[in-house]
Unconditional design. Sequence first.
Length: 148
Amino acid sequence: MSQRRIYVDTNVLVNYFTKQADDVQCLNYLFSKVRKEIFFTSSLAKVQAISILQTKKGSRKKFSRAEITDCCNDIDLHFSIIDLTNRDIAKGAQEKSEDLEDNVHFILAEKLKCDVIITNNTSDFAYFRNRIISLTSRDIGRIRKLVK
């Protein structure tokens, strides 16, 4: 079992629940290899995922209340959830990267001493590359090496 501490970003959660193949494969692999105690997401990511999933966009259907509840239960089952605080937002605002929301995700991952952020927007975390590894779900080969 892996000892790497892993944080999962909102976009991976959304893509998992909307059955995007790379994200489903990646998270299912991690669910089987990583203990919940070192596998994280945040209350921020959870509520962002809920907001996105309950809204129809393009070909993506709007999830029902029951489906959203199932998604929340699935997140709670597989992840340790860190709660977002006002202090985390303030610390994110102090970072030099332009995207405040991603700064806050980084601050939460750093607070948890995570080694890796799984995101589909690694460019959003490029500013932090000397402080944390960011990988996409398509980087499953590298992920497998990290969590052996």
